[in-house]
Design a protein around this ligand. Structure first.
Ligand SMILES: [Zn+2]
Length: 83
């Protein structure tokens, strides 16, 4: 009977350790989330269109393999005819 009680105690301790190991991972996720929110507040990198010279957010960039960037798919086609 004593052995059974010890097995239960060990199982509870193991379960408690597993929980405490998982907790920091959840906290990291929370920190990452708040960092993402902060990232949205930062000004986004601006790129200049190789076709019209307009500055636009990097997230809207149409990029060529050569590294040239354009504000739109239309300007990319105009700059690279036949592509
Ligand atoms: Zn453009």
């Amino acid at each position: 009977m004593k052995l059974l009680i010890w097995l239960v105690i060990v199982a509870l301790v193991v379960a408690w350790i597993m929980r405490s190991k998982k907790a920091p991972v959840q906290n990291e996720g929370g920190i990452r989330q708040s960092q993402d929110v902060g990232g949205h507040l930062k000004p986004e990198a601006m790129l200049q269109c190789a076709r019209c010279g307009t500055y636009f957010p990097a997230s809207e960039a149409v990029t060529l393999a050569s590294g040239r960037v354009f504000c739109s798919e239309e300007h990319r086609r105009q700059a690279v005819p036949g592509d």
